[in-house]
Design a protein around this ligand. Structure first.
Ligand SMILES: Nc1ncnc2c1ncn2[C@@H]1O[C@H](COP(=O)(O)OP(=O)(O)OP(=O)(O)O)[C@@H](O)[C@H]1O
Ligand SMILES: [Mg+2]
Length: 579
C-alpha cells in the first residue's frame, strides 16, 4: 500500500533525504549532551578540576545545543515542504480522478464521501508521512544508541532494562490494541458529523422553508455528542498511557539509583556517569512509547489510505471509444432495442427494449408521468450511463465508439437538476464554450430569452451569481442554463424539463427561436405542458419502462389514451406547470 503513495513524494526527494538526516544529527547532539554533563560532574566538580575544566565542557554543551536547534528547525522545515507538497499532489490526483468518473461512479461513492476522502483522509495520510519522515528514523536510532551507551557505561545496570522493557512493551501493546478500535470509532463519528453538516448546508433553504431547524439541531446534536463520546473514550483510554509510562520510568530510575549507588561505592562507576546513565535509560524507554505512538498513527492512517486508494483505483465505467474517424455531426439519433437498469437501483429495467429514431433538425418532445424514465432516456445519448442492452447511435455511430469529449461536444444538455457556478453571468455562459465571441454570447442569451432580464440588472452580463445561482429566479436560472447550452452550438440540444419554471409566453418565444435560429439543430425537450410540445415534429410518450406512443400532436390526440388524458386534464385545469 505504501508503494502506491510514493509517486506523490517523488518530486521532494531532496527533502525526503534531508528531513531524517537533520533529525539524526539532532539525535547525535542529544546523545552527546549527557556525556558532557557527566564530564562536568566527574572531572569538574568531583575531580576537583574546577572552572578551567567546566568551561570547555559548558562551551561544548552550548555549541551542541545550537547545532541541535538548527538541525531541528531544518528537519521540520524540510518535512513541511515534503508533506504539504505530498498532500497537494495527492489531492490533485484524486480530484483529477473524480473528474473522469461517470454518473454511476459518483452514485457509488456519493459526493459527501468523496469530499471527506479528498480532505480529511488525505490530511491523515499526510500527517503519517510527516511522522514517518521524522520519527521512523529517529526513534530506532535513539533507542539503539542509548542502549549501546548504557551497555558501555555499565553492563550490569543495563539488566534493569531486561525487566523494564518487556513490562513497558506488554503494557503499550495492550493499550494500543484497544486504542485502535476506539480511534476507528472516533473516525466513524467524524464521518457521521461531516455528513450531517454537509446535508444540512446543502438543503438549508428547504430546512428553513419547513421550519425544521429544531429537528436539524437535534440531529446535529446527536452526531456531535456521538463524536464527543467517541473522542472522550479514546482520550480516557490513552490518558492511562502517560502515568503508567512514568511509573515504569520512575521505578527503573529508582532501581538505577539503588544499584548505581552500590556501583559507585564499589568504585565501578562515577557520580556523573550515573546521572547520564539515567538520561540514556529514559531515552530507551521513551523510544518504546514513541514507536507505539507511530504504529498507532500508521494504523489510523491505513484506514484512510484504503479509502483514498479505493477512489484512485476505480476504473471509470465509461471509457473513451476507439473510433478515430467520426461521422459528420448532423444530429441524428437512434435507439435500437435499448434496455437499461441502474447499478444502484432496484434491479428492474428502467427502460425496456426501447427503439426510436430522431432525424437531424427535428424538434422532438418527450412526455410521460414522473419516474417513467424520461431523464434516463436522454442521459443515454451523451453516454452519462451505458445501456444494459441494445445500442444508442448518434449520427449513425454507436455512442460507445466515440471519444467521450467528441460525443459530448456534439450535444448541448440542460439537465433537470442543473446548476450555475459562482461567478458573473458572462463567466457562467462562457463556461459552456470559452471560445465564443461577444456576439455569439448575446445571440445565445437572446435565443434563450434571457437577454432582457440580464440587461435589466444594473451590471448586466457582469452581474455576479452566487454559488448555485441562488440570486436569480428559478425561471431566470433555467434560461441561463439554456443559453449556456446553446452557446456550444451543438448539433443536438437536449432540455430536460428546463422550461418548467418559465412562463408560457416566454417559453413560446424560446421555442420560436429554436425554430428560426436552430433550424439544423436536433432539439429534444422533456416537458409536462401540452403547450410546450404542440408544435413538435414528433412527440414521444414514455410510460412505465417503454415508449407507449409516437406521433404529432394531432396524431396522438387521435390514437394515444395517455396523451388524450394529459390533454384533457390541462384543458380543464388550464396550464398546469407540472403536469
Ligand atoms: N441515479 C439513479 N440511481 C438509481 N435509480 C435511479 C437513478 N435515477 C433515477 N432512478 C430511477 O429510475 C426511474 C426513472 O427515473 P427518471 O429520472 O428517468 O424519471 P423521469 O421520467 O425523468 O421522472 P421526472 O418526470 O420526475 O423527472 C425512477 O424510478 C428512479 O427512481
Ligand atoms: Mg426527469
Amino acid at each position: 500500500m505504501i508503494k502506491k503513495f510514493i509517486p506523490y513524494l517523488k518530486e521532494f526527494k531532496k527533502q525526503v533525504i534531508l528531513t531524517p538526516t537533520f533529525m539524526l544529527l539532532e539525535v547525535v547532539c542529544e546523545m552527546i549532551l549527557p556525556l558532557l554533563i557527566a564530564g562536568i560532574i566527574d572531572k569538574g566538580i568531583n575531580g576537583g578540576g574546577g572552572l578551567p575544566v567546566i568551561v570547555p565542557y559548558a562551551g561544548g554543551m552550548i555549541c551542541l545545543a545550537c547545532v541541535s536547534l538548527f538541525c531541528g528547525v531544518q528537519s521540520s522545515k524540510n518535512s513541511a515542504v515534503a508533506t504539504q507538497g505530498f498532500g497537494r499532489n495527492l489531492r490533485k490526483a484524486l480530484f483529477e480522478k473524480v473528474q473522469t468518473f461517470s454518473f454511476n461512479d459518483i452514485d457509488h461513492f456519493s459526493s459527501a464521501s468523496l469530499i471527506t476522502r479528498l480532505t480529511n483522509d488525505v490530511r491523515s495520510i499526510q500527517m503519517t508521512v510527516s511522522m514517518a519522515l521524522r520519527m521512523l528514523v529517529r526513534t530506532p536510532v535513539q533507542m539503539l544508541s542509548s542502549f549501546i551507551i548504557c551497555l558501555v557505561l555499565n553492563p550490569k545496570l543495563t539488566l534493569i532494562l531486561a525487566v523494564a522493557l518487556p513490562v513497558m512493551t506488554v503494557f503499550v501493546v495492550t493499550i494500543m490494541k484497544k486504542a485502535h478500535a476506539l480511534f476507528k470509532a472516533q473516525q466513524a463519528a467524524i464521518d457521521g458529523l461531516n455528513s450531517t453538516v454537509q446535508e444540512n448546508l446543502v438543503a438549508i433553504r428547504v430546512v428553513k422553508a419547513f421550519v425544521r431547524e429544531d429537528y436539524e439541531r437535534e440531529k446535529f446534536q446527536k452526531s456531535n455528542d456521538r463524536l464527543r463520546d467517541a473522542a472522550m473514550r479514546a482520550a480516557f483510554h490513552m490518558m492511562k498511557v502517560f502515568p503508567v509510562m512514568m511509573l515504569i520510568l520512575q521505578a527503573a530510575t529508582i532501581a538505577v539509583y539503588y544499584w548505581g549507588a552500590h556501583e559507585i561505592r564499589d568504585g565501578f562507576m562515577l557520580t556523573g556517569e550515573l546521572t547520564s546513565y539515567i538520561s540514556y535509560i529514559s531515552q530507551v524507554l521513551m523510544s518504546v512509547f514513541m514507536v507505539s505512538q507511530s504504529l498507532n498513527q500508521i494504523t489510523r492512517a491505513a484506514a484512510c489510505a484504503t479509502r483514498v486508494l479505493e477512489v484512485m483505483e476505480t476504473e471509470p465505467d465509461i471509457q473513451d471509444g476507439k473510433a478515430t474517424e467520426l461521422p459528420e455531426a448532423k444530429g441524428k439519433i437512434e435507439f435500437r432495442n435499448v434496455s437499461f437498469k441502474y447499478r444502484s437501483g432496484t434491479g428492474d429495467d428502467v427502460l425496456h427494449d426501447v427503439s426510436l429514431s430522431i432525424e437531424p433538425g427535428q424538434f422532438v418532445a418527450i412526455m410521460g408521468g414522473t419516474g417513467t424514465g424520461k431523464s434516463t432516456l436522454v442521459n443515454l445519448i451523451p453516454r452519462f450511463y451505458d445501456v444494459s442492452e441494445g445500442q444508442v447511435l448518434v449520427d449513425g455511430m454507436d455512442v460507445r465508439d466515440y471519444p467521450i469529449e467528441a460525443l459530448r461536444s456534439r450535444i448541448g444538455m440542460v439537465l433537470q437538476k442543473n446548476v450555475l457556478f459562482s461567478g458573473t453571468i458572462r463567466e457562467n455562459l462562457l463556461w459552456g464554450n470559452p471560445n465564443a465571441t461577444e456576439e455569439e454570447l448575446y445571440q445565445a442569451a437572446r435565443d434563450a430569452q434571457a437577454e432582457e432580464f440580464i440587461l435589466g440588472k444594473p451590471e448586466g452580463y457582469d452581474t455576479f451569481l452566487e454559488q448555485g445561482g441562488v440570486n436569480v429566479s428559478g425561471g431566470q436560472k433555467q434560461r441561463l442554463c439554456i443559453a449556456r447550452a446553446m452557446l456550444r452550438h451543438p448539433s443536438i440540444l437536449i432540455l430536460d424539463d428546463s422550461t418548467s419554471a418559465v412562463d408560457t409566453v416566454t417559453e413560446a418565444a424560446i421555442r420560436e427561436s429554436f425554430h428560426t435560429n436552430l433550424k439544423d439543430t436536433t432539439v429534444i425537450i422533456i416537458a409536462q405542458r401540452i403547450s410546450s410540445v404542440e408544435t413538435a415534429d414528433k412527440i414521444i410518450i414514455v410510460d412505465d419502462d417503454h415508449i407507449a406512443a409516437v406521433g404529432t400532436h394531432a396524431e396522438l390526440l387521435e390514437t394515444s389514451p395517455i396523451y388524450q388524458e394529459i390533454y384533457q386534464s390541462q384543458q380543464e385545469g388550464g396550464s398546469m406547470p407540472n403536469g
